[in-house]
Design a binder for this molecule. Structure first.
Ligand SMILES: *Cc1c(COP(=O)(O)O)cnc(C)c1O
Length: 386
């Protein structure tokens, strides 16, 4: 089976992790700050907080922005459930903004009209979470403008997008958002096995997230309510979690970061090849915004079903049977039973519904060979034309 995504682990990665195993610190040592610094420097952010998953990063990002009961958070329905779950963890209400049919990202025009309605109803969101689906950046400038006008905060869920650029600047630089989140799950662009990171240019938000990832405990005398009782002393000044990343994970991350730019370049080569080789098939190929450089975590094709004598499901199953590890990113979140119970109506999100009927993620990973890619293309051609 050619998978839709796969990690790349080199001898240098293995040596880095073994080095940590033989060192004094398996957790809370020097590697986590080093990894944070490497990522922050690469993308141009002032602060970076490594955590044990992007899900945890989204949770502490929401909390740091003050999301709580009675607040509203909006995101896109075409994402992994974690993009929405973070709001529910904080006791807030979630709502969705339909996607742009061309980029598959949260649509800024839909956002604007929904905000205008919400303003009249007194139900504006506290936070909006755009997701850079497949690595393609959202229209952050437009979202930022709306954030200023309507007074909400922005968390970029950039789980797919490390190494990508928007208007010439790396995603994570935070020019148009408050916090950006990366995921290092093995199918993502670089991996730490499990892991995530929250980046921000705001020292206060960084401080809050640092507390929240480690029980709400501080050892900083400046933050304590009174002078330390002694050298052993620490204070818990907030209710936090154990969301820490281990030293092994961070060492793997530091080692993977060395290859980030090469990974993205390779993904672009593969995408360009797909664009050529698939151009005559009854498919809609990914549209790329000319002013952005996608991280290309995923390559999503859409079936032109009116030109194909098979259903979406039949095409998907035939590809899997032929050894092509296709996937579907994503099932609209509002259709998940946990969310459907909240009363969402699928017809409110026509573009997401249409996307879900047609989309298939085909294999895209940095170590994919041209032979493997040719096999994907040939199989797809055969399945669509038979
Ligand atoms: C993978 C992913 C997450 C969650 O990442 P974890 O590191 O697995 O917690 C969140 N949002 C999006 C869009 C993702 O793809």
């Amino acid at each position: 089976m050619i998978p839709y995504g796969r990690q790349d682990i080199t001898q240098a990665d293995i040596d880095a992790v073994v080095g940590v195993l033989q060192s004094d610190f398996l957790t809370q040592g020097p590697m986590v700050p080093l990894f944070e610094q490497r990522v922050a420097n690469h993308v141009g952010a002032a602060h970076a907080l490594a955590v044990n998953s992007a899900t945890s990063a989204l949770h502490i990002a929401c909390l740091a922005l003050g999301v709580g009961p009675g607040d509203r958070v909006w995101t896109t329905p075409i994402s992994f459930v974690a993009s929405a779950n973070c709001a529910l963890y904080c006791g807030a209400e979630i709502d969705f903004v339909d996607i742009d049919p061309r980029t598959y990202n949260l649509c800024p025009q839909q956002l604007e009209s929904k905000l205008a309605q919400a303003e009249r109803a007194g139900s504006l969101p506290k936070v909006v979470i755009p997701v850079h689906l497949c690595g393609q950046p959202c229209d952050m400038q437009a979202i930022h403008k709306l954030a200023q006008r309507y007074g909400f905060k922005v968390i970029e869920d950039a789980s797919h997008a490390i190494g990508g650029k928007y208007q010439g600047e790396f995603i994570g630089s935070g020019k148009y958002s408050d916090i950006t989140v990366f995921s290092f799950h093995p199918v993502k662009i670089i991996t730490t096995a499990e892991g995530g990171m929250a980046l921000t240019n705001d020292a206060e938000l960084a401080g809050k997230m640092a507390l929240l990832r480690s029980h709400g405990i501080t050892r900083d005398p400046q933050q304590m309510t009174h002078e330390a009782d002694g050298p052993w002393y620490y204070q818990q000044i907030d209710l936090g979690f154990n969301y820490r990343m281990t030293e092994l994970q961070a060492a793997l991350g530091v080692s993977q970061m060395e290859r980030l730019d090469r990974y993205i370049a390779r993904r672009h080569q593969l995408a360009e090849r797909y664009n050529d080789l698939l151009s005559t098939l009854p498919l809609v190929l990914p549209w790329q915004h000319p002013d952005s450089y996608s991280g290309l975590h995923l390559y999503v094709i859409r079936l032109q079903l009116e030109k194909i004598g098979k259903s979406h499901r039949e095409v998907f199953e035939a590809l899997r049977e032929a050894g092509i590890g296709v996937n579907l990113h994503y099932i609209p979140i509002y259709t998940q039973p946990h969310y459907a119970r909240m009363g969402f109506v699928p017809s409110d999100f026509p573009h997401s519904q249409q996307y879900y009927r047609e989309a298939i993620s085909i294999p895209m990973f940095q170590t994919m060979t041209e032979t493997q890619q040719d096999e994907v293309v040939a199989t797809l051609a055969k399945v669509l034309q038979s």
